[in-house]
Design a protein. Structure first.
Length: 306
């Protein structure tokens, strides 16, 4: 008799603190809100239910863990196997990973929902693989996955009633994490240079490393003097003197806006300040809404490795 899809635990939820393990499986608290176009077999009752998940699991994150949690909590007694594809297969079919296959295997071994990690897992699950590992269900999100000669590599598993649908966790993915790093590339370069890594370690040129260090030094100096101006603002005898001094660091516009907003200056600017301000300009001078400049990271394009 097929399983009622509405009785499968919701894959998006974890039990609240204080809820016992058996209560976490209560279908009234964890009910799917939609059905699927395939049936699911009844689970065995005389032994643990053997469920298989597969994937790359690069930069293994909580989205991965929650998918595995869904599979582990699908039934009260589950033995969860996780197959992880090796580097050769993954790099050939999908592209370079951040973590090596050995690192990805080890990451999965430290997730509490996982009972067994299967290294060198096949890219596409086969009937022989299901039989070899005595798999009752394959757990994956229900979206069709195209493969060579098929619109859905899991179609034969669904036809047998052995496919268990899970849901993705919105807002987190390996691609998203890599995009964040690429987007703030220079910020992470500066961070690692400050931690003692060399240009060679980071695969950048010596010139690029020196450029980043110089930018960091200028930003640190500028932040220091802006902080000094702010801390001693009321003690200075002349606000024009403050503005002239701030102009040396490209901060006079910010300081003047700060004075104007607090009624410490009536408006206008004298000639000495204007001449000073033309000497050094910071890239934050157009941010008139901020009382003091903020240090933005460089958004220069990625360099060629040298």
């Amino acid at each position: 008799m097929p399983v009622d899809l509405n009785m499968i635990p919701s894959p998006a939820l974890s039990p609240l603190p204080g809820i016992e393990e058996h209560e976490a499986h209560a279908p009234s608290a964890f009910a799917l809100d939609q059905g699927y176009d395939f049936a699911i077999n009844e689970p065995p009752t005389d032994r643990p239910v053997r469920i298989y998940c597969d994937g790359i699991f690069d930069l293994c994150h909580f989205g991965h863990a929650k998918a595995l949690e869904q599979a582990k909590k699908a039934f009260p007694n589950v033995y969860l196997m996780v197959g992880v594809c090796n580097d050769i297969e993954t790099h050939a079919r999908k592209g370079k990973t951040v973590m090596t296959d050995s690192e990805r295997y080890e990451a999965l071994r430290h997730i509490k929902w996982v009972d067994e990690v299967i290294p060198d897992a096949p890219w596409i699950v086969t009937q022989a693989f299901l039989d070899e590992h005595a798999i009752d269900y394959v757990a994956h999100d229900a979206e069709p996955y195209q493969g060579s000669g098929t619109d859905d590599v899991y179609a034969f598993v669904k036809a047998q009633g052995r496919f268990l649908p899970t849901r993705r966790t919105e807002g987190i993915s390996t691609s998203d994490l890599i995009t964040r790093i690429v987007r703030d590339y220079d910020a992470y370069l500066r961070r690692n240079l400050n931690r003692g890594m060399t240009a060679k370690d980071l695969n950048i040129s010596y010139l690029k490393a020196q450029q980043l260090k110089t930018r960091q030094s200028l930003d640190d100096m500028r932040a220091h003097w802006v902080s000094t101006i702010r801390d001693h603002l009321n003690a200075w005898p002349s606000h024009d003197m403050i503005l002239g001094f701030a102009a040396l660091f490209g901060a006079e516009d910010m300081v003047e806006q700060f004075l104007l907003k607090r009624g410490l200056r009536s408006g206008g600017r004298n000639t000495p300040v204007q001449s000073c301000s033309s000497s050094i300009r910071g890239r934050d001078d157009d941010q008139d809404d901020a009382p003091f400049p903020t240090m933005h990271e460089s958004t220069s394009p990625l360099p060629n490795a040298s």
